[in-house]
Design a protein around this ligand. Sequence first.
Ligand SMILES: [Cu+2]
Length: 387
Amino acid sequence: MSGTRFASVMENMKLSRIALSVAVVVCFAVASSAEGLQPEGWDANLKLAEAEDTNPDPKIVEINLEARVASLEIVPGVKTDAWTYNGGVPGPLIRVHRGDRLIVHFSNRLPHSTTVHWHGVQVPIEMDGVPGVSQPPVETGGSFTYDFVVPDAGLFWYHPHVMSAAQVGFGLYGALLVEDPSENLGIPDQLVMVLSDIAIEDKTGELHSPDSGGVLGALFGREGNHVLVNGRIRPTLSIRSGAPQRWRIVNSAKSRYFQLQLDNQQPFQLIGVDGGHLEYSVEKPLIVLAPGERVDVLIAPQVEAGKPVTLINIPFDRGFGSVEYRHRAPSRFFWANIRKQSMLRIPVCLEARGPQSPHRVSVARSAQEMTSWSQTSDRSGPSPTSC
Ligand SMILES: [Cu+2]
């Protein structure tokens, strides 16, 4: 904690007699905040691999990205020859800051030509990855260097623009997170979730043909038989009840709509969409994501220790038979287990106060409030009576 912020907290409290003891708690709260409030390893089952930045310049992120077939165990017990970026489904999370220059040394080791398109990012046309328009396709064994400045903050994603549905369906997609250095939400526990599906023959692990699915596939889009979050089937998170988290979610499926709900009926606080932050947060019991869409949500699951809460996907009815002839049961994404011993690691008094409080989020009903909440989160100290 800086001296100025510490002084400000002290001044706000105006309770010199208990100031010393509270100050100790405050320092701990801020330290915890910087490190996050969730138990250690809480997101180990969901964490995305990140692309390695090989450039020492803090304003340049330079990475290597190779498209290649890799044998992965997506369905337990069988291997699938998936199409991958750097050997993973999804590809590595690329993390940059707004205004950074991103250089991607791309090479194609697939048995087919491909390109990389930067979905949602404002790039010069020659960097847009559209074969025959912005660049020739990158043939097998070929390479291409994408080099552009990222002008806007937000969650974006990358995928091929050659036989897009087939190649995305085989596993070629990844997230690009452009962070805003001036943003200060005070919620360090963040996840990037890449939602997708994949069509795999469960007994052999073989990928289905990209034109499978018969008439329904042709009419409504081809959906995989396994729903994935960060390339995994039903992974788990270990979370601390009441501690806020920020989820940045992208729908990377080639045609599936996702309609997300927490099975304890707790709403999401929607703070951003494709174009960046909303003017103010909106409470949403359900989140619908069409292919390519992104959302930025805050949640602070309030659940009893030992009782899991599950993120579920409810089939979304687009009309005209889009769900009537498909499997209608909700699919489960993951269980978030609340571990009792983890809850005990952090004092309970940190839970319902301070800049991390979910109440701060829910009361932000206007641009002014949202702004003041963001800007004052560092300076707002705890109420002396809260613990
Ligand atoms: Cu796209």
